[in-house]
Design a protein around this ligand. Structure first.
Ligand SMILES: Nc1ncnc2c1ncn2[C@@H]1O[C@H](COP(=O)(O)OP(=O)(O)OP(=O)(O)O)[C@@H](O)[C@H]1O
Ligand SMILES: [Mg+2]
Length: 257
């Protein structure tokens, strides 16, 4: 076991509202952990804390042994090590795909253009979009833009990737192509922390499922166990609701889950 991410007794408040409560969570290098739980339980906040987008109040958070909650943490540097992709992809509309991809490696990491470009093109090829290298974001489908956003994060050579509902805004026919890219990263041995409402995907890709409710981790288990024999009544309810929600039109998922 080689712990890459370690939350210990981790707490987060928004004002007086405690949204993360005593979180203990370890993610080992090469592990794929999927976080599930009802809307508002704190999944996004947990990921955002790992990237310094939210400030924590108490506890410990280590990345490869380095305490991030210590004074003087260089979050700009941490963000290069922790890649994050959200529901909305935020590519720069006035820049071509390749320029979007090279921005971080050249401006932030000051890497040689040739080397960065070669890496970006290799990654584009891996996600099947090398032919879009000189296109502009508006010329791409949502699924294509999301794959570019994933490549953009990968171009920084992160140690771990965080995915927060990256397919939630996509038309159903584009979901698969994005999930396949994530599956490829998992198979390649990358450490992934994933929030998703795609249960079949979660079950297939995860080494471990973490189930949260109201800011706490209620249970953690391997996917087969979690989906067939959830330990808590709350997880059982969640899964039951899900099989119902999945038979409804996609636009209703978010409201009901
Ligand atoms: N910037 C903020 N200010 C105040 N409260 C917030 C803020 N962001 C989130 N919250 C609250 O923190 C709690 C956790 O929110 P979070 O977005 O992490 O939930 P989530 O599990 O990702 O939900 P969803 O599945 O809907 O994305 C919620 O009660 C939410 O209202
Ligand atoms: Mg969220």
């Amino acid at each position: 076991m080689n712990p890459l991410i370690e939350f210990q007794g981790f707490n987060k408040y928004f004002g007086t509202h405690q949204v993360l409560k005593d979180i203990d969570l370890t993610v080992n290098a090469g592990e794929v952990v999927v976080i599930l739980g009802p809307s508002g339980c704190g999944k996004s906040t947990l990921l955002r804390c790992l990237n310094g987008l939210e400030e924590a109040q108490g506890g410990s958070l280590r990345l490869a042994g380095q305490e991030l909650l210590a004074a003087g943490t260089d979050w700009r540097q941490v963000r290069q090590r922790v890649g994050m992709v959200f529901q909305s992809y935020h590519l720069f509309g006035h820049m071509s795909v390749i320029d979007n991809l090279l921005l971080g490696p050249l401006k932030v990491q000051q890497r040689p253009r040739r080397e960065a470009r070669e890496q970006a093109e290799n990654l584009l090829e891996r996600v099947g979009l090398l032919d879009k290298r000189d296109a502009f974001p508006r010329q791409l489908s949502g699924g294509q833009q999301q794959r570019i956003a994933i490549v953009r994060a990968l171009c920084m050579n992160p140690e771990v990737m965080l995915f927060d509902e990256v397919t939630a805004a996509l038309d159903p026919e584009m979901v698969k192509e994005v999930l396949q890219v994530i599956q490829g990263l998992a198979e390649g041995g990358m450490t992934l922390l994933i929030v998703t409402h795609e249960m079949a995907f979660a079950r297939a890709v995860a080494d471990r499922i973490v189930f949260m409710e109201a800011g706490r981790i209620l249970e953690q288990n391997d996917p087969e166990r979690f989906f067939t024999q959830p330990r808590t009544a709350r997880a059982q309810q969640f899964l039951e609701k899900f099989s119902f929600v999945q038979s409804l039109p996609k636009t209703l998922h978010k409201e009901l889950s």
